[in-house]
Design a protein around this ligand. Structure first.
Ligand code: FMN
Length: 390
């Protein structure tokens, strides 16, 4: 089952030779070696690894590949219509017999403020001129609608094993309907207070998302990004505060990180950035190059791309207007006026206006098929945990 690793990095892949050793995830003994098995039982996956849902840069293909490797495959639905989400889940179910996680945003929607939008457009006017674009031309805003009754209907129809949320949880009546459909409900916390709130409001599992994480902060009871603890500080404090299993997220990209998460009390990990350069992702070529060049200090937290703070590799607009700007309209409206700039620059092979969401461990990422990467991550983590146990 296990194919030869593409990387010689002992922290990511198995050592030389075949996977006959007890540290191989395919070795029967290895199946008992995870220090916490609650997630394996809840999710019924081979490994306690969740492929992070990553809206805009992945679809069914990456979820399928990660699931084939033994992880929980996640489908980001935040930018999909009901029809598209249904189609994608059907594709996953046709190609792999594994549990699936459907992921949604559940921010409180705010209407676009015309005055603020106009100010933001004025701020971007020089870029429009540079790219020969007409700022007055109408453009379609990308859909980033919060989870609603229609999507809940789709959950009831498809009954995914897991439904995960970013930015809190939907209203209690919807949470109740999801649970009645038999799906587990999970969501991200960036501080202990949010973790306690999630548990009290029905989360079956909590993702502790540290400041290192790529993408949007899942924060919903605070807006202060300066206060967000790192994964190392957050995970044990969340573990102490709640009874449900905790998944560590943020900056975890190899066996060392996964083993550390377990040492901190996590029952599993959610990994995003490390999967971005897999061939099954939808990351465009110039963004792949930017990710491949990125180093430990290449990412920043910015609000200029969407209006909500998110971590990504710094690009031109983040550097020149941000990374934090009080002019950026509220989420997700900041992204609207950036849309035409993004499209025009990408035509020229540039990522000046593209969300290059990635976490602080981006440099540890490898270009390798996602199934292989998943097995390599699990194998390296088991090897590291075995060493730590002496
Ligand atoms: C490119 C990218 C897109 C993301 N999009 C989403 C999303 O749609 N929904 C979500 O819940 N989390 C999203 N996240 C956050 C992840 O769930 C997770 O917290 C993060 O990837 C963990 O940190 P890491 O990137 O260092 O592994 C995204 C992360 C990245 C890197």
């Amino acid at each position: 089952m296990h194919s030869a690793p593409a990387s010689r990095d002992a922290n990511l892949a198995f050592g030389p030779g075949k996977d006959a050793g007890a540290n191989s995830p395919n070795h029967p003994k290895a199946q008992t070696m995870w220090p916490d098995r609650r997630l394996l039982e809840l999710f019924r996956t081979e490994f306690p690894i969740v492929l992070a849902p990553m809206a805009g840069v992945m679809d069914a293909d990456l979820a399928i590949a990660a699931a084939q490797g033994g992880a929980l495959g996640s489908l980001p639905c935040a930018m999909l219509s009901v029809e598209k989400a249904r189609e994608q889940v059907n594709i996953i179910r046709q190609r792999v017999s594994a549990p699936v996680n459907m992921n949604f945003f559940c921010h409180k929607p705010v209407d676009a403020e015309p005055k603020r939008e106009a100010g933001w457009k004025a701020r971007l006017a020089a870029y429009y001129r540079e790219l020969g674009l007409d700022p007055a031309a109408p453009f379609n805003a990308a859909n980033r609608a919060p989870f609603d009754a229609a999507m809940c209907g789709l959950i009831e129809e498809l009954k995914p094993e897991v439904v995960s949320f970013h930015f809190g949880l939907p209203e209690p009546a919807l949470v109740k309907r999801i649970k009645a459909a038999g799906s587990l409900v999970i969501s991200s916390a960036t501080i202990v207070r949010e973790a306690i709130w999630l548990e009290e409001n029905g989360a079956d599992v909590i993702i502790a998302q540290g400041a290192e994480a790529g993408g949007h902060r899942g924060m919903f009871l605070t807006e202060n990004i300066a206060e967000q603890p790192g994964t190392f500080a957050l995970v044990p404090q969340v573990v102490d505060a709640v009874k449900v299993p905790v998944i560590a997220a943020g900056g975890i990209a190899d066996g060392r990180g996964i083993a550390a998460a377990f040492a901190l009390g996590a029952a599993g990990v959610q990994i995003g950035t490390a999967y971005l350069r897999c061939p099954e992702s939808r990351v465009i070529a110039p963004a792949r190059s930017a990710l491949a060049r990125a180093r430990d200090d290449s990412t920043v937290i910015t609000n200029v791309m969407t209006g909500r703070p998110a971590r990504g590799v710094a690009n031109r607009v983040m550097r020149e207007i941000g990374p934090i700007s009080t002019d950026a309209p509220a989420f997700p409206h900041a992204a609207t006026a950036l849309g035409p700039l993004k499209a025009a620059a990408e035509q020229l092979g540039r990522v000046d206006f593209t969300n290059l969401w990635a976490g602080q461990a981006v440099r540890l990422g490898r270009e390798m098929p996602a199934a292989e990467l998943t097995r390599a991550l699990a194998g390296a983590a088991l090897a590291r945990l075995g060493q730590m146990a002496g």
